[in-house]
Design a binder for this molecule. Structure first.
Ligand code: B12
Length: 250
């Protein structure tokens, strides 16, 4: 039994099969066009701040056999990106991002994430990961997805939540003898905190005992290298393969 600790308590679990993690094609009875259509519906629901629509189209996607991770990445996330771009251009206000994020979260928390967690199979623990969104940053949707994917892949995941002080990452890593510290940052201003966490791990004398993985929309491979992180993942699937590679458990 493994525990995914998070802001909302703990989740008991066993693990998902390798097959599920690698499966990105819909199962049966769905042509690529129909899958594309329902992913478009999910994207549009987020863009139109339509929580009911997001939930409904998420249900529909699962019924059609679309992988729930694909539904998040290929549907909801695309909608959030569009909203982000419009916000940047000054076409939308913060309340619009809040409403779009709420629509995406309702579909993820209510429909897709429970389905991801259901698809699991027993396997030994691959390693311990401490994860969180860095101090000053309250973006959590992507971090949550990474945490869940690591969890179902077989990692023991300690999710510290969002806006997590630097010292908390260090303390938790020490307490649970973490193999990996994974940090998420979505703001150009909070990117720097990823570097501070690495420096704090060094200062605490445990940098050589943990691998550090970084991610979040503005994070790049170059940034990861510059701050001395061990790995960077562009999305939740990559996060899993990098975590496995870092621990040599592929
Ligand atoms: C939703 C959202 C919000 C929501 C967050 C809700 C929540 N509960 O999380 C709310 C409304 C709270 C919000 C607030 C703000 N936001 Co905002 N927000 C977004 C938006 C639209 C989507 C983010 C998202 O959830 N994406 C979907 C997820 C699935 O993707 P993701 O987070 O990138 O995660 C994936 C990968 O990056 C990766 N990953 C993520 N973490 C990790 C970690 C590891 C270790 C690894 C390996 C991989 C990995 O895997 C994930 C899954 O695939 C983005 C736009 C964008 N393009 O990102 C803006 C955006 C990030 N926000 C922005 C801004 C400016 C703000 C505010 C400052 C606005 C304001 N004036 O107050 C505040 C910040 C508050 C704070 N202190 O944090 C800017 C940032 C600009 C910048 N470069 O700094 C963006 C880019 C919008 C824009 N284009 O201007 N926001």
């Amino acid at each position: 039994m493994i525990v995914l600790s998070g802001e909302h308590g703990a989740l008991n679990h066993t693990l998902i099969s390798e097959k599920f993690i690698n499966t990105r094609e819909p199962h049966s009875g769905t042509g690529p066009n129909m899958s594309h259509e329902v992913l478009e519906e999910m994207k549009n629901a987020v863009v139109n701040f339509d929580a009911e629509g997001a939930v409904e189209s998420a249900r529909k996607a699962l019924k059609m056999g679309i992988d729930p991770v694909e539904a998040i990445e290929g549907g909801l996330t695309k909608g959030l990106r569009i909203i982000g771009e419009r916000f940047e251009k000054g076409e939308l206000f913060l309340m619009h991002i809040v409403a779009a994020a709420e629509a995406a979260k309702r579909a993820i928390d209510g429909i897709l994430q429970p389905e991801i967690l259901k698809r699991k199979a027993e396997r030994k623990v691959l390693g311990r990961v401490v994860i969180g969104t860095v101090a000053g940053d309250i973006h959590e949707i992507g971090k949550n997805l990474v945490a869940v994917m690591l969890f179902i892949a077989g990692f023991e995941v300690f999710d510290l939540g969002r806006d997590v002080p630097v010292e908390e990452f260090v303390k938790k890593a020490k307490d649970v003898k973490a193999d990996i510290v994974a940090t998420s940052a979505l703001l150009s201003t909070t990117l720097l905190v990823q570097q501070e966490i690495i420096q704090a791990l060094e200062a605490a004398g445990i940098r050589d005992k943990v691998k550090v993985m970084v991610g979040g929309a503005p994070v790049t491979e170059e940034w990861a290298e510059r701050i001395g992180a061990d790995g960077y993942g562009a999305d939740a699937m990559e996060a899993v393969s990098i975590a496995k590679r870092l621990l040599g458990v592929e």
